[in-house]
Design a protein around this ligand. Sequence first.
Ligand code: SAH
Length: 258
Amino acid sequence: MNTAPGQVTLVGAGPGDPELLTLKAVNAIAAASVILVDDLVGEGVLAHARPDARITYVGKRGGCKSTPQATIEQLMLGAAQAGENVVRLKGGDPFIFGRGGEEVESLRRAGIEPVVINGITAGLAAITSLGAPLTHREHAQGVVFVTGHPQKDGPGLDWVRLGESARDLRLTLVIYMGISSAALIQAGLLAALADGTPVAVIERATLKNQRQCLTSLREMLSDLQHCGLGSPAIMVVGDVVTGVREALRAPMLADQSA
Ligand code: SAH
């Protein structure tokens, strides 16, 4: 085991397709002696790891409960203090709903300044895979990334107000972790946005088994149930969805090869 102080790098693994890794991410993965891997990291990403790297899965694999956040932070810290070159691999970007901020704070408290390498966040990759943008001079002058997952013990997001902002300021809404709250989201947004507002729901974006559902705010819930889409998925709400490439528009549910 090394004795020199180690280092920790939080690496964004992108949405799944290993070709969407950055060169910095590949280099960090290839140099790591210890790799802590999240749930939503695509399979091919670890092909860049050294054969002798110690790889630990800390996500909810195989129906197991995910490793508590405090344990993950201890694992990172312990390995770094033992002189290891630690990579913490996170799906998408570490700083978008990835608890990257919390991990950085906890490492800093212990005297370690981690390096953070961006990854392509799922919300961007999902709509790009359908050929549409998130902003457009005619449709949307901004974009909001929100989580649909209600805060523990806290009030849920005010979907009506968010819908009003999206309407008044012409913003695209990109909703992470929204599937289980789809009914709540739909009801709130319908109070502000036209019921024909286009919606795209993209499951497992950029992975081989990607599926998507193109619908409207009015039909969103029934179409989701009809198509059986589940997590992980991104919902994109707004007129930019009309830019989805033609071949995908006609069938409500299509696989990416359509
Ligand atoms: N840090 C990640 C987000 C982590 S939160 C990022 O930047 O992408 C986990 C949520 O991200 C999932 O519930 C889902 O809403 C979304 N997500 C992650 N990967 C996805 C993928 N390949 N396709 C669709 N949604 C995905």
